[in-house]
Design a protein around this ligand. Structure first.
Ligand SMILES: Nc1ncnc2c1ncn2[C@@H]1O[C@H](COP(=O)(O)OP(=O)(O)OP(=O)(O)O)[C@@H](O)[C@H]1O
Ligand SMILES: [Mg+2]
Length: 577
């Protein structure tokens, strides 16, 4: 399963000393620290944080760390030598011990507060103090910002120990959820979907925590027992980790005039977001009002494209609330996510998630998050009528822009130059009624088949299909005929050969999907100290559009076996991560 790698350039970062020459702590150096924070970041007990943008926090290392894996692709992009991943210094730092990092790296990291809104409604109940001042990064600790090859990256330990926002939690992430997140992040990147990235993953050989989980074979909705699982730290990397919910925290404080600096802190975090995520499209010299309007327009564009991309690849975020919505417009928080197998517009793998965050409802959920983002920005333009009007128009135009992005995405999946509503509508009905495997169906269609037999490989054949297989096949044949006439000539056709069209469609419709039943044995074996399946999945899932070997195809280009449907921890799961 070897792949051809892009042109190698020799790595420039072979030690932590090399990395330390690139550090640049913009968040710590430009935003406000919590004035009540403890000296040296030994600040791990839950408490209220009333002001400031971040709390200095020392991560808590996991005991007896062992290397599980690192992202070779991302290392190459950053210019990291693969050998550094298993060096003592790197293992120590990225398993949570930053007490020995070389200067000018700092021996303290940071955690940020954020507000929670679910589907556009503000919540305070999840904060142990019912004020919102105790909610935020409860187990994610950033340890570094560096400018590498001209790009700024923040490195964040997930499962890095308790912070003042831990709400009584242990600050840990288990190996199971860390492997899921690690693999999914790099898979999404390989699919061309904007996302936080995976750097490295270390597990503790001795430290375990208890989590509720499913007994083997359980078909219950919720976990039925407590299990003991090894803790792990995965390091994720992004231009910033600023969330819509984080902006909302400062927006709420400004709105309620909670302290004299509340409005100033709101403006500061918004301008910081512009610098961190939008510097290439928003001129730093512009006045704040213009920056805010451009920010809203650009975020709207990124968010709508992001969600259209999610649907293109079958991704359901599962818990797309304001604090899991990155303000840079990329995918963040791979907890309750899943990839759609049997096509179902209401697919929602997370048992706590609800229909509002289900697969094809994600455009609406995105709009709710955008609404909160817009409401947060408005006070900054209070005295600028023109800018405020522009901002309001950007808000009201969200649904149209979202729809355009969705139609362009469906057209691309179908190899059409433009969206055809009637063709799509019948396809959606057939995909539900049959039902089809979302990935296999579009991949087989990408071969531009002569008849429906290759498409039948994707059929799960549910009750509606079995009730009248001939009738269903006839409808599929009629649909295929209409599709073929549209791709061949006329307004909807693209001017290219059939081979060219097929090639193009295969770059839109992946062959390999990160199915949960592939991931389960990988994390189970990893818990027993065998990481080979994790690494094999990494290899396959980082080239999802490639045909790959016969061996990979036989193993990974498959429909879900029936024994995995409605199985706890596989077809659905609680969020005990
Ligand atoms: N074991 C834990 N200890 C402390 N805090 C936790 C723990 N698990 C989750 N949290 C916190 O609870 C909140 C909701 O959890 P959620 O599952 O959305 O986030 P997450 O997966 O930890 O984080 P992220 O959004 O950073 O990827 C987050 O603020 C998170 O930091
Ligand atoms: Mg989260």
């Amino acid at each position: 399963m070897k792949k051809s790698l892009p042109q190698e350039t020799s790595p420039t970062i072979e030690t932590l000393d090399d990395l330390s020459t690139l550090v640049n702590y913009s968040l710590m150096d430009t935003l406000n620290p919590d004035p009540d924070a403890k000296e040296n970041g030994v600040d791990h007990a839950p408490r209220q944080v009333f002001s400031g943008h971040y709390v200095p926090v020392k991560p808590t290392p996991i005991k007896d760390p062992e290397y599980v894996t690192h992202s070779k692709d991302f290392f190459r992009e950053l210019g990291f030598a693969d050998s550094i991943a298993q060096s003592d210094d790197f293992v120590r730092m990225f398993s949570g011990d930053i007490s020995q990092v070389p200067a000018p790296m700092r021996k303290v990291g940071w955690a940020c507060g954020y507000a929670l809104s679910i589907f556009g409604t503000e919540y305070y109940q999840q904060c142990p103090f019912q004020t919102g001042n105790g909610y935020g990064d409860g187990r994610a600790v950033s340890v570094l910002e560096a400018v590498i090859k001209g790009k700024r990256w923040e490195m964040q330990l997930k499962g890095g120990g308790r912070t003042p926002y831990c709400r009584g939690g242990d600050g840990r992430a288990v190996l199971r959820s860390s492997i899921r997140e690690f693999l999914a992040q790099e898979y999404m990147h390989a699919l061309g979907v904007p996302t936080s990235r995976s750097l490295s993953l270390f597990v503790s050989k001795t430290e375990k925590v208890q989590r509720p989980w499913y007994s083997p074979g359980s078909r219950l909705q919720d976990p039925d027992r407590m299990i003991s699982e090894p803790v792990a730290i995965s390091t994720r990397v992004a231009p910033s980790f600023i969330r819509v919910g984080q902006l909302e925290l400062f927006g709420r404080r400004a709105r309620k005039q909670e302290h004299p600096k509340a409005m100033e802190e709101l403006e500061k975090i918004v301008l910081h977001l512009v610098d961190r995520e939008y510097a290439n499209v928003i001129d730093n010299k512009l006045p704040t009002a213009e920056k805010v309007v451009l920010l809203a327009r650009e975020f709207r564009s990124r968010l709508t494209l992001l969600v259209a991309n999610w649907i293109r690849v079958g991704y359901c975020q599962g818990n797309f609330n304001g604090d899991n919505c990155a303000a840079g417009g990329f995918t963040l928080d791979y907890g309750p996510f899943g990839f759609c197998e049997e096509f179902d517009p209401q697919f929602q793998p997370w048992t706590g998630g609800g229909q509002h965050f289900s697969f094809l409802n994600q455009p609406i959920a995105a709009e709710r998050n955008f609404h909160m983002f817009w409401a947060t920005l408005r006070p900054l333009l209070a005295s600028q009528t023109d800018s405020l009007q522009q901002l309001d128009e950007i808000r009201s135009g969200f649904a149209d822009e979202m729809q355009m992005a969705m139609e362009a995405m469906w057209a691309a999946k179908l190899g059409l130059g433009a969206f055809h509503a009637e063709l799509f509508s019948e396809l959606e009905t057939l995909m539900v009624q049959t039902p089809v495997d979302y990935t296999v169906f579009f991949r087989e269609l990408s071969n531009v088949p002569n008849d429906i037999s290759p498409l039948q490989k994707s059929f799960y054949k549910g009750a509606a299909y079995e009730a009248d297989p001939e009738g269903m096949d006839k409808r599929w044949s009629e649909w295929l005929t209409q599709w073929k006439s549209l791709i061949t000539s006329g307004h909807y056709a693209q001017s290219c050969s059939r081979e060219e069209l097929s090639k193009q469609m295969k770059l839109v419709n992946p062959k390999y999907s990160l199915r949960e039943w592939f991931v389960v044995p990988a994390y189970q074996q990893a818990a027993a100290g065998n990481y080979s399946l994790v690494r094999e999945l990494q290899e396959v899932m980082t080239q999802p559009y490639a045909e790959q070997s016969k061996e990979a195809e036989d193993k990974y280009y498959r429909l879900r076996p029936s024994e995995f449907s409605e199985l706890g921890g596989v077809s659905h799961y609680s969020c005990s991560s």
